[in-house]
Design a protein around this ligand. Sequence first.
Ligand code: GLN
Length: 195
Amino acid sequence: MKIGVLALQGAVREHLRLLEMAGADAVPVKRAEQLADLDGLVIPGGESTTISKLMHKYDLVEPVKRMAEAGKPMFGTCAGLILLAKRIEGTDTHHLGLMDIAVERNAFGRQRESFEADLNIRGVADNFRAVFIRAPYITQVDDGVEALSEIDGKIVAARQGHLLGAAFHPELTDDVRVHAYFVDMVKESLQVPTV
Ligand code: GLN
């Protein structure tokens, strides 16, 4: 099983390390041709506008969308979650627009630009020490999306079928449980008959 990490900007190496710890082969992805080989893709944190610009520059937007539409699992963290969302509060645009959620960027305010919190992530992990850095949160989940975790009533993780999103950075800890959950999603997707 081979999982790619979109390697245009942001926390790439950290995701590669955690995916390997969770038992997957993990590779950095910079070109659309690489996607065909992959069973799943992680879109890391960083700066969503920058990652989006680079995705356009390297013609990755449509190929990544097609990969998701083909049912390959994707996991977006922080900026990656923003890239997956269909709606971004305060704008009329979205980036990949794959997940039926709305997000608000930098949503925890200046006083809490970065912080850690213990999360219960339903079906994934209890007492997960989560690192938030200028994090978004999910303001709305539409039908078919399951909110998996909240902090102060704000949704910070969600799943919609083969798409997983987290407002925090599970790759910045040594706790492999969230990545292991994603690796399981990829394993399950490989078991689905293709006919
Ligand atoms: N604030 C960033 C954005 O809006 C996301 C921060 C992160 O990925 N750590 O893109």
